[in-house]
Write a protein that binds this ligand. Structure first.
Ligand SMILES: [Zn+2]
Ligand SMILES: [Zn+2]
Ligand SMILES: [Zn+2]
Length: 83
């Protein structure tokens, strides 16, 4: 898996519980999206919405950074686990 990761074909996600998950990059996009993770069954839902770039811009300017990006994961309980 590490070789694939180096080649940029998979993306590694580290969650707070120390578990790492991998997913294949979607072809033709930069892979930027967000995850909604069920804390009970670890199901991952792809979230296409992104926080406004203005926030990144503001953070970049404030701290003198360039090329600011972000990772964002949401956690909750999926419909199956609510039963
Ligand atoms: Zn669940
Ligand atoms: Zn994803
Ligand atoms: Zn985003």
């Amino acid at each position: 898996m590490h070789l694939l990761e180096k080649m940029g074909m998979v993306k590694r996600f580290n969650f707070g519980d120390g578990a790492a998950r991998f997913e294949l990059m979607h072809e033709g996009d930069n892979g930027h999206h967000h995850h909604l993770v069920c804390t009970k069954c670890s199901e991952v839902v792809e979230i296409e919405e992104c926080i406004p770039e203005k926030i990144e811009e503001r953070i970049a300017v404030k701290n003198g950074f360039k090329s600011v990006t972000h990772k964002l994961e949401f956690f909750g309980i999926c419909p199956d686990c609510q039963r």
